[in-house]
Design a protein around this ligand. Sequence first.
Ligand SMILES: [Zn+2]
Length: 215
Amino acid sequence: MKLWQSQRHEAYREALAWLHQQGLSYYCTCTRSRIQQLGGFYDGHCRTLNHGPENAAVRFLQRHPVLSFTDKLHGTLIADEQLAREDFIIHRRDGLFAYNLAVVVDDSFQGVSEIVRGADLIEPTVRQISLYQQFGWKVPDYVHLPLVLNENGAKLSKQNHAPALPKGDPRPVIHAALAFLHQPEIAHWRDLTLNELLSEAVQSWSLEAVMPASS
Ligand SMILES: [Zn+2]
């Protein structure tokens, strides 16, 4: 199922209203430069100031921080404590819903039970888990796969001017990606259609074969 976040505003707004009713959020008018002066993490300054919504962001009131979680590939991952304890933003001052709120509301709505994504998204996971817990929703299983990095150790992205994936036949890229993840070699992949290659890859998929990028 494909969900477009632009069509999900009603669901995000409901989630935001529910958190507000539960006393699990508050308005914050602190500037970015103030938070930079604090060293990058927010100190809960506006928790008790009862600001209204005018020109304010909404922060999640973090009463039950999640300090670690189990990743199916990496095992127990310990969170940065400041990050885990921070009252993070769930609705931005400019009106945009924050990624952590949107992704939890969408994944829960779709009944996602296992989340497989890149290791660059390990950090915010504890924030997302604490949202699941406060909503009373079932926390999914997590797998964070290693990223392909460039020679400077940065992930391949538009920001880093990484070349786009080649247009046309996607099979060589899929074959290379499977090799990067140490999956069993599909020697005859050139003789397979795209769908056949994908279904063979799914059948022979081994999470145990994937090694964390850092090890
Ligand atoms: Zn504030």
